[in-house]
Design a protein around this ligand. Structure first.
Ligand SMILES: Cc1cc2nc3c(=O)[nH]c(=O)nc-3n(C[C@H](O)[C@H](O)[C@H](O)COP(=O)(O)OP(=O)(O)OC[C@H]3O[C@@H](n4cnc5c(N)ncnc54)[C@H](O)[C@@H]3O)c2cc1C
Length: 420
């Protein structure tokens, strides 16, 4: 193993690196930072790996995932089809997803004593039902691999040397290292540093949100929960999404809306969250078929839907909401009621981020080698996890991308050292 001699020559830094041990600094004590640090330390047992976390707590988002159950991955997605699950980065990161798949994540945790279960929808959790099991496994493995962990110690400045880096931390301490991994998640704390290295930081904005409406008809919908519906944004090319929708506190939410907001996050942002949301309350019906059903058996159709939906659709058609002759009203106006049930527009005037929201934006992926996670702008610099302009649908995809990019970066930093 070779050390980089030029590191010793930087004025004032001689005291900081006095031996030939190869040193790796990891900034960020989240899923990506831990996975990269452990992988690197296990690949290169003679190296020294230091992990620095700006906060007091390690692996906080792992603990929050799956509402505390630890939704660490999503079963069985094909790396070649990652673009179906990652609205941002699925295509560019296919080489990484090929190197570290869901099945590798499952094997990694299970071989270290974390028994996992798969929910029917594909989400993977620890059998314990508690994300603490996952956190503790990562802490144990980091300890076993000899990683030195520093909390309340954020990276605050970096200088690239001819080979390697001089790094300064928030407590004033400094160190030299041969390789630097930035895994600081969605925080903007390093945006300035990233730009000095020539990286482009794509602006961050929310990717998972409920849609707020001030439409007077939506008052009828408060509390309804319909599964499935189909939702789309009027007049836009964004694909419609199907699934359950709920209405609460003047907001449309539920899986169909969250998928729409995930795939359409940049569109919604460009529209300043002002648009018309169109809902098909009966997505399995064609217009002609629905018209004849409403003419012949209006009650059987109406009984499939909550009263609030029927009231709102009737109001949208300009029809009386008088329940006494409801079925007769619907029968007489079958064509317009059918059209309203299949294409029911609501004015949207804002958004409310989901508590599990992952922002898009971060380091542009075309400035990173997807098969090593190395910076294409600065030799020796690596990235993993949410710091990248990468996000997936909810359900385990975001932690999977943190494990994948973390493992690839950790492995590559090690291979890089061996070939110096
Ligand atoms: C409430 C919540 C629930 C979630 N649920 C799920 C889920 O169920 N399934 C799923 O797949 N994903 C979920 N996610 C997303 C998932 O947790 C993240 O995608 C993943 O944790 C990203 O890992 P990361 O290591 O890149 O970033 P992070 O987990 O954000 O870790 C980065 C760390 O870097 C630290 N840091 C920041 N700046 C510095 C600095 N200058 N120096 C040193 N350290 C610094 C931060 O304090 C943080 O601890 C959830 C996210 C949240 C917020």
């Amino acid at each position: 193993m070779t050390c980089l001699p030029s590191l010793h020559k930087m004025a004032g830094m001689n005291d900081l690196k006095q031996d030939d041990t190869f040193r790796v600094v990891v900034a960020g004590g989240g899923a990506a930072g831990f996975f990269a640090a452990i992988t690197c330390a296990e690949s290169l047992p003679d190296s020294r790996v230091d992990l620095y976390e700006s906060g007091e707590t390690l692996l906080e988002n792992v603990l929050a995932s799956g509402r505390g159950r630890g939704n660490i991955s999503h079963d069985g997605f094909d790396p070649e089809k990652a673009f179906l699950f990652y609205p941002r980065g699925g295509d560019s990161l296919a080489p990484s997803f090929r190197r570290w798949r869901t099945v590798d994540t499952i094997d990694w945790f299970e071989s270290r004593g974390v028994r996992l279960i798969r929910d029917p929808d594909g989400r993977i959790f620890p059998r314990s039902g508690d994300a603490v099991t996952v956190r503790d496994c990562l802490l144990d493995e980091a300890r076993r691999a000899g990683i030195r962990i520093h909390t309340s110690c954020g990276l605050s400045a970096v200088h690239a040397l001819s080979r390697g880096f001089a790094v300064t931390f928030s407590d004033g301490s400094r160190t030299l290292c041969d390789r630097l991994l930035l895994a600081t998640g969605y925080s903007r704390s390093l945006d300035g540093i990233l730009r000095t290295f020539g990286h482009t930081v794509v602006p961050r904005y929310s990717t998972l949100f409920a849609l707020h409406t001030s439409d007077p008809r939506a008052g009828h919908l408060e509390g309804v929960n319909v599964d499935p519906v189909s939702v789309r944004v009027d007049g836009q090319a964004l694909a419609a999404q199907e699934g359950p929708v709920m209405v609460a506190d003047g907001c449309f939410t539920g899986p169909a809306i969250l998928k729409l907001s995930s795939w359409g996050s940049s569109l919604f942002q460009a529209l300043k969250y002002q648009c018309r949301l169109s809902i098909s309350w009966l997505p399995d019906r064609k217009l002609g078929q629905l018209v004849s059903e409403l003419e012949q058996q209006p009650a059987s159709v109406l009984n499939r839907l909550p009263a609030g939906v029927v009231m709102s659709v009737l109001a949208g058609c300009g029809l009386s909401e008088d329940a006494a002759d409801l079925t007769e009203t619907v029968r007489r106006h079958a064509a317009s009621v059918a059209a309203g049930l299949l294409d029911d527009p609501y004015v949207i005037d804002g958004m409310v981020p989901d508590s599990e929201a992952v922002p898009s934006g971060g380091v542009r992926l075309d400035e990173v080698d997807p098969s090593t996670m190395a910076s294409l702008k600065c030799p020796g610099l690596f990235f993993a996890g949410g710091i990248l302009d990468l996000y997936g649908l909810s359900g385990g995809f975001n932690l999977q991308s943190a494990w994948t990019t973390g493992w690839v970066a950790g492995k590559s930093m090690g291979q890089d050292i061996l070939t110096v």
